[in-house]
Design a binder for this molecule. Structure first.
Ligand SMILES: Nc1ncnc2c1ncn2[C@@H]1O[C@H](COP(=O)(O)OP(=O)(O)OP(=O)(O)O)[C@@H](O)[C@H]1O
Length: 288
């Protein structure tokens, strides 16, 4: 599903002394099936932006279009239930949203609520367990008996169980150790590749933006500061620094190599472990 924002403004507490314009003249397109990273310093508007994608927030002016769903400022008639089935959200600490007596009930809650039969939802839950790295036997236990990492995986399975066309990830690996974060991020990346899900990742981790995203959106003061592929974004080092963002280490390393050896181009492509494909090829060639 393409996602198109056209001249969107969002103002909190409009008409009060606390009025705050959080998005200004926001226009962009997220192509269907892409992996987009959204970066920006604290308060730049990332959360406000993503909450427009499933109608949790509505534009104060302008239009948000998600596939065939159109949310126009001032218009109330939108089929939000249909839209929310299509757009899955994984917030920070998704495990805090678990509430059912068993893992299976938690995973099947969303799809059953959206009208899928209990049997079909249970089948999906069984299929999802290995995909999120959990044993099927855990379906019958209480999610509150599990470890924090397992609970997070249950919550993620619960979002995937509704088979969303768009997956919005708001720092889904928050608080995990480096290995845990790589595992969770690779899970989402594999899911995105297999199902062609339009994936939007909000992150403070520039490395994750470099590693996974086809498109990067940089926000600053509620506005789209930059939008484009890695090469385009990471070339603008001084502007990124000005707005409080650092280059990912892997990217600055590659740029130093480019400068030192006076290379015309060094492709900014990384495998899922974050290894530069360019450097890996060089090493292989040298060893041949
Ligand atoms: N409910 C609200 N009421 C009033 N102002 C708000 C509200 N939510 C956010 N804001 C303000 O809107 C601006 C954008 O906030 P937003 O949470 O979208 O930024 P963010 O980039 O997601 O920040 P962070 O990285 O800290 O999560 C900030 O100035 C924030 O203080």
């Amino acid at each position: 599903m393409d996602i198109v924002f056209s001249q969107v403004d969002h103002c909190y507490m409009k008409g009060t002394p606390f009025e705050k314009v959080a998005l200004k003249d926001f226009s962009l397109t997220i192509p269907s099936g892409s992996f987009t990273a959204v970066i920006g310093h604290t308060g730049s508007g990332k959360s406000t932006f993503i909450q427009h994608i499933n109608g949790l927030l509505r534009p104060s002016s302008g239009t948000v279009q998600v596939g065939s769903y159109v949310i126009k400022a001032g218009e109330k008639k939108v089929n939000l239930k249909g839209l929310r089935k299509e757009v899955g959200f994984v917030f920070q600490y998704p495990e805090h949203q678990l509430f059912e007596e068993t893992v299976e009930k938690d995973i099947t809650f969303g799809p059953v609520n959206f009208g899928l039969s209990k049997e079909k939802a249970q089948k999906r839950a069984r299929e999802l367990m290995p995909l999120v790295g959990l044993q099927e036997e855990l379906l019958s236990v209480s999610p509150f008996q599990l470890s924090g990492g397992q609970m997070r995986r249950v919550a993620i399975a619960g979002v995937l169980a509704s088979r969303p066309s768009v997956l919005v990830l708001d720092e889904p690996a928050a608080s995990l150790d480096p290995e845990g974060r790589v595992n969770i991020m690779n899970l989402f990346y594999d899911y995105h590749k297999t199902h062609q899900t339009t994936t939007i990742l909000v992150t403070h981790h520039m490395e994750d933006a470099a590693k996974y995203a086809d498109q990067i959106i940089v926000l600053h003061n509620g506005m789209v500061e930059m939008i484009g592929g890695r090469e385009l974004i990471f070339e603008r080092v001084s502007r990124l620094n000005e707005i409080g963002l650092d280059l990912p280490k892997s990217v600055s390393f590659l740029q130093n190599i480019k400068k030192k050896f006076e290379l015309s181009e060094v492709p900014m492509e990384f495998d899922v472990k974050g290894t530069s494909n360019f450097l890996a090829n060089l090493v292989t060639k040298k060893g041949e």
